[in-house]
Design a protein around this ligand. Structure first.
Ligand SMILES: O=C(O)CCC(=O)C(=O)O
Length: 350
């Protein structure tokens, strides 16, 4: 299966974080989660961007990146962290309940090297296992059927070519169809983890938050990070879906952190403390209509310049009442045209 390097990644990485890191991250979650409603991704990024003096959080991020470099090769620049998510599971609480693949792994094409590093932070009541996944090595026939039957390709030697493509969605329906046809369903795994250990989810693996009733005293908290290889993007995230929408929320609050995503350029490094300190007139509050700080600042200067020249023109004209009214109309039009133009540019901003 040399055509998908992710398939040979280790199942777990032991002791990625130590007890102090875990306590720190768990307290970030418990102190702030009530403010995060509706957002799945980038809660840690929002937190660290708002508290650049919190050196432990930044050190944790660097520690994770260093471990990734050590385990998955490269000099620390091969993989880029594209998002983070706290995963809290308790009775009636499941963050990603449907069977799915992480389509973000395909943004850089078909290299099949993406992975999710999912670190268990805390658990109570014996929830010391990961979410559910169809392990590629335990379900080879299933993946072969899935890929050959639906979207896969076959090599001349009839060996399976691992995911050239991702599934759009609806694994639930696909699995339901298998069940109706009496086909054996794949075997789901839940991987045992000690706090601080990480599960490594390999790019093509189909997964979901675990099911089953829990006692009110049972819960677990994990922190996941998705990584892709730093290669030119062939696709951009769908900004109507959770991941893309949550990217927008970082962009709106911390515009200096997010350079525009561009096809043909790799995913930018956004977990970057030096960007947080970067001077910006709009830093730390909602960006102006959701556009980048630079664009907003350019627009502000343009509006001010337009206003200045209109006022100058008015001052030079004969001071009759009629002329004053005309000047007033001219000034307002300049301002609103400038705003309309800005609206067009805003749509182009990724
Ligand atoms: O954290 C979980 O419960 C599930 C993780 C997941 O589905 C994902 O990372 O896409």
């Amino acid at each position: 299966m040399s055509d998908c390097p992710a398939l040979s990644y280790p199942r777990t990485l032991p002791s990625v974080l130590d007890a102090e890191d875990l306590a720190h991250l768990a307290s970030i979650y418990s102190d702030n989660a009530h403010r995060w409603s509706g957002r799945s991704y980038y809660n840690l990024l929002h937190y660290v961007a708002a508290t650049p003096h919190d050196t432990r959080s930044w050190a944790v991020l660097r520690k994770i990146e260093a471990r990734v470099a050590r385990e998955f090769g490269g000099d620390g620049t091969r993989f880029v962290m594209i998002n983070d998510f706290f995963s809290y599971r308790a009775s009636g609480v499941r963050i990603f309940p449907e069977w799915h693949q992480d389509t973000a792994f395909w943004l850089n094409g078909e290299v099949c090297t993406g992975f999710n590093l999912w670190i268990l932070l805390r658990q109570r009541g014996g929830l010391n296992r990961s979410f559910e996944l169809y392990d590629t090595s335990r379900n080879e026939q299933f993946y072969r059927d899935v890929y050959q039957g639906r979207q896969g390709r076959q090599t001349p030697g009839a060996r399976t070519v691992w995911p050239a493509s991702k599934f759009a969605s609806s694994f639930g329906a696909y699995l339901g169809g298998m069940k109706r046809r009496g086909r054996a369903l794949p075997t789901a795994s839940r991987v045992e983890l000690a706090p601080g250990d990480a599960l490594v989810l390999r790019q093509p693996e189909i997964h979901r938050t675990d099911t089953g009733a829990l006692e009110p005293t049972q819960w677990r908290l994990a922190l996941g990070f998705k990584f892709i290889e730093r290669l030119p993007l062939v696709e951009l995230p769908d900004f109507d879906l959770r991941f893309g929408r949550d990217w927008r929320s970082v962009e709106a609050r911390f515009p200096e952190l997010l350079p525009p995503l561009q096809l043909g350029r790799p995913w930018p490094t956004v977990y970057n403390r030096s960007l947080v300190g970067r001077p910006s007139a709009l830093r730390g509050r909602s960006s102006w209509m959701g556009v980048s700080a630079e664009l907003a600042q350019r627009e502000l200067s343009r509006r001010t310049a337009a206003l200045d020249s209109s006022v100058l023109l008015c001052a030079l004209l004969p001071p009759t009442f009629l002329v004053a009214v005309l000047c007033f109309i001219a000034c307002s039009r300049t301002i609103s045209e400038s705003g309309a133009k800005h609206g067009v540019e805003q749509k182009r901003t990724v």
